[in-house]
Design a protein around this ligand. Structure first.
Ligand SMILES: [Zn+2]
Length: 111
């Protein structure tokens, strides 16, 4: 029985939601790197993401379906990270509250 990474996301809350979801569906799992962000000052937060790991890789296909379903559900409240200053912004902010930059998807289109 081998362990297997099934999900990672910069938003620790979302990672916890996935873990709970998998456990509700009978798949034992655990989180890696949960406290990595902020603990390693020399790394960008995007270098070390919290990860959800399955205890048994045979659940991977089922877990993928559960997570795909989770990702299809409305995520309008998912915060975004400013591309300039890395500040976390609420989903309903159109500009970074700290430096006034636009989210990355918009910034890329304009350049
Ligand atoms: Zn910013």
């Amino acid at each position: 029985m081998s362990q297997c990474k099934v999900f990672c996301h910069h938003d620790r809350f979302r990672v916890w939601q996935v873990k709970q979801l998998l456990e509700q569906n009978g798949m034992a799992c655990f989180i890696k790197n949960e406290f990595a962000i902020g603990a390693m000052g020399e790394l960008s937060p995007f270098d070390v993401l919290p990860e959800v790991w399955l205890h048994d890789a045979q659940w991977l296909a089922k877990a993928d379906r559960v997570i795909a379903e989770f990702n299809r559900s409305p995520s309008d409240d998912t915060p975004w990270f400013c591309p300039s200053c890395q500040e976390q912004n609420a989903a309903n902010f159109e500009l970074c509250w700290q430096c006034g930059s636009e989210p990355q998807s918009y910034a890329v289109k304009q350049q």
